[in-house]
Design a protein around this ligand. Structure first.
Ligand SMILES: NC(=O)c1ccc[n+]([C@@H]2O[C@H](COP(=O)([O-])OP(=O)(O)OC[C@H]3O[C@@H](n4cnc5c(N)ncnc54)[C@H](OP(=O)(O)O)[C@@H]3O)[C@@H](O)[C@H]2O)c1
Length: 294
């Protein structure tokens, strides 16, 4: 397909490379132009503007947050202004339910198609084309998008005809991941203070009752205190917990654990740790308990 991709950050760069590998005719756009270099050398066209990236059958956005996606999609000369009628916007960023609803309305009014297709998996998973895609939209539109979603992910889960439901499901998943990071951090602070070696402890957990990728990945990061370079930056983790709470409030769903996690992220950011991986909240319990670092 002829496709544009806007947002070549940690995730978007890998997704773009896989679209090229799958044989799609790709045009990329990024605010910081230097990040387009590698992809250009791999055969992607580089667009100087959002509008230029919207000349094909579809455009994928993989930008940081609501503000960036809203500006790219709804700003003057943005995606809604630029896509032809019948073309498709695939929104893969983790954004709010409210923005997803707004994008669906604006694209429909312009005669364009819209699906939400947020993803699970960190940058190395994106680079390997092994993401899990959570998709929602009209069935015939999802079908048309399948060659693109297949190029970036190992499996697509269709959760609804209504795009914003995919965003809600994605946010719920990130809330669960953050809960695991926090609980791993607390249990490691407990045994760590008593002198148990943290890597051995994670080995014990993940080879018995907690034999799953999440505990393995985050257990290792917390045990090794390897929070840099960030795979998923702390401000984005904070964003996701905030958006989860926003959605929960709109639906009148109390989520006390999410409220606690929001404060954990605020603590991390208040100490100037914007550059760290979000798993760094897993170190806070040990800090509270005066467990020595390293
Ligand atoms: N990292 C993960 O593990 C992961 C996993 C699943 C989902 N996600 C979600 O995927 C999305 C992208 O994450 P990421 O880790 O790739 O983030 P990232 O590395 O921080 O990249 C963010 C991208 O957004 C662009 N951007 C940010 N603010 C902008 C603005 N105001 N105007 C225009 N462009 C702007 C950046 O452009 P510049 O290059 O110019 O800064 C960059 O292309 C986020 O919604 C995140 O929550 C991330």
């Amino acid at each position: 397909m002829k496709v544009g991709l806007i947002g070549l950050g940690r995730m978007g760069a890998g997704m773009a490379a896989n679209l090229l590998r799958a044989g799609h005719e790709l045009t990329v756009h990024n605010r910081t132009i230097a990040k387009t270099k590698t992809l250009a050398s791999q055969g992607a066209r580089v667009a100087a503007s959002v509008a230029e990236a919207c000349r094909g059958d579809a455009v994928i956005t993989m930008l940081a947050d609501d503000a960036a996606v809203e500006h790219a999609a709804l700003g003057t000369g943005g995606i809604v202004d630029s896509l032809r009628a019948g073309a498709l916007h695939i929104s893969s960023s983790t954004v709010s339910v409210a923005l997803s609803r707004k994008l669906a309305e604006k694209h429909a009014a312009a005669g364009q198609h819209f699906i939400a297709a947020p993803v699970f998996g960190r940058p190395e998973v994106a680079a390997a084309g092994r993401l899990f895609v959570v998709a929602a939209g009209e069935p015939q539109v999802l079908e048309a998008a399948a060659p693109l979603l297949d190029a970036i992910g190992q499996r697509t889960f269709v959760v609804s005809r209504n795009p914003m439901v995919a965003n809600l499901v994605k946010l719920s998943g990130n809330f669960l991941i953050a809960s695991v990071i926090e609980s791993l951090g607390e249990s490691m602070a407990l045994v760590g203070k008593a002198g148990v070696e943290r890597r051995q402890y994670v080995e014990l957990l993940t080879s018995t009752l907690f034999d799953c990728p999440l505990y393995k990945t985050y257990g290792a990061l917390i045990a090794e205190e390897k929070f840099e370079p960030a795979g998923f930056a702390a401000p984005l983790g904070h964003k996701d917990v905030r958006l989860t709470l926003e959605a929960a409030e709109a639906l009148r769903v109390p989520m006390p654990l999410a409220s606690l996690l929001r404060d954990r992220f605020l603590t991390l950011l208040a100490h100037g740790n914007e550059q760290l991986d979000w798993s760094a909240i897993g170190r806070l319990a040990a800090d509270d308990a005066a467990v020595p670092r390293g």
